[in-house]
Design a protein around this ligand. Structure first.
Ligand code: FEO
Length: 395
């Protein structure tokens, strides 16, 4: 059933309560998600985005209960990714000639995915369509936020920015608006989404935000394509994005390790103790990578000023969980963060050297040579690990 957003604007999307993984298995969605589609019923009827492909049939059936599909004058595809365009093949079976407004890159992505030659109308920043009743839709290209084809659509008079992925969260809720949901859940999921999806595009994002702010558009609502609509102080999320895009960090040090026989785990906990003894202000968090969610850990790395990475030596190398973590962290292109390495070994003991090399390549500034320990830590080694934690805190 459609839900009113404002005046003649309605939400006609899908709440996906049971989604646990997104982008294949790449992104954990502990709180599900929503695929927000919007129906505008002014003199012209406009559909903005659709839903993920598995819900296409249900989406079109529900939409057909609300309006005669032939009444849709324009479809806006703000982004070609399948979680928003996935309803198009089913919808276009019913209204094959309806124009689809999108960027040139979106034509490429839609054709590439669905192999259909729909009635595409290519738009670029500043292009407009009149939807009657004195209202206009204005398009703003959002290139690389987060795909080359991404776009936002601004509706005049109602002052709604349909921002697509930007400012979203993977957060299932029946409540449409930001002021109606648990604020801790909302901000945690919004931050996780930014940390894992938008961090690599920080420089582009800062430029785009400046560009959008310079347009000086009155914004009453930011209607994203995932999660809630920002209507209570909508600019709060723009301000957060500006803050987060400036190589963000809090006063936090995260210790991230994996362990085979708990020697490296012992070091992790002693290093945490040392950091906390040296600096009572800093937040210290410890994560066993094998027992934690990688996307949640990346969110913690995003918040950290330093990360301390530990692995025992295995086969002259490090545990594959740590390799995967560093590889992922590298792809996030984090800046302005320090790192340190540690680990236990029995024979040759290369892990610390390997971590130093990989973390340097991932863009982290290493603190010293790292700390390694032969066999299981004895009382003396535990004291050394505490001291090592103090050194990290000092630096
Ligand atoms: Fe929510 Fe880039 O798709």
């Amino acid at each position: 059933m459609k839900k009113q957003v404002k005046n003649n604007v309605y939400w006609v999307g899908k709440v996906d309560w049971e989604l646990q993984k997104f982008h294949g298995d790449e992104y954990s969605t502990h709180k599900g998600s929503t695929y927000n589609s919007y129906l505008i019923q002014e003199e012209k009827t406009v559909l903005i985005d659709t839903v993920w492909a598995p819900f296409a049939k249900e989406f079109v059936e529900n939409l057909a209960k609300e309006i005669d599909l032939n009444q849709i004058d324009y479809i806006i595809a703000n982004h070609g990714e399948v979680d928003h365009s996935g309803g198009l093949p089913e919808l276009m079976k019913h209204i094959p000639d309806t124009p689809i407004y999108c960027t040139a890159n979106s034509v490429k992505s839609l054709k590439g995915q669905y192999h259909e030659d729909w009635n595409f109308r290519v738009v670029k920043t500043g292009d407009k369509i009149d939807i009657g009743n004195g209202k206009t839709l204005v398009f703003v290209e959002m290139t690389m936020l987060h795909w080359p084809d991404s776009m936002a659509t601004y509706m005049t008079e109602d002052n709604i920015l349909f921002s697509n992925d930007a400012f979203g969260q993977h957060y299932a809720t029946e409540k449409l608006f930001n002021d109606l949901v648990d604020q801790c859940d909302l901000m945690q999921e919004t931050l996780k989404y930014f940390a894992n999806i938008l961090t690599p595009f920080n420089a582009i994002l800062r430029k785009k935000l400046d560009e959008v702010i310079a347009l000086n558009l009155p914004i009453d609502m930011i209607a994203t394509s995932h999660g809630v609509i920002w209507r209570d102080n909508p600019l709060q999320i723009v301000e957060k994005y500006i803050e987060w895009s400036k190589d963000y960090q809090e006063n936090q040090i995260s210790i991230i390790y994996d362990t085979m026989w708990n020697g490296t785990k012992e070091l992790a906990e002693r290093i945490a103790e040392g950091i906390a003894l040296e600096d009572q202000e800093v937040t210290v968090k410890v994560f066993n990578l094998a027992k934690s969610d990688l996307n949640d850990i990346i969110t913690e790395v995003f918040k950290s000023k330093a990360v301390v990475v530990g692995s025992p030596t295995i086969g002259n190398d490090i545990l594959h969980s740590i390799s995967a973590f560093i590889h992922y962290a590298k792809s996030m292109k984090f800046k302005n963060k320090k790192a340190a390495a540690f680990g236990c070994y029995g024979w040759s003991g290369e892990s610390v050297k390997v971590i130093n090399k990989l973390m340097t390549e991932a863009g982290f500034e290493m603190i010293g040579e790292g700390y390694r320990n032969l066999w299981n830590p004895d009382e003396n080694s535990k004291k050394e690990a505490v001291e090592y934690g103090k050194i990290i805190a000092k630096s």
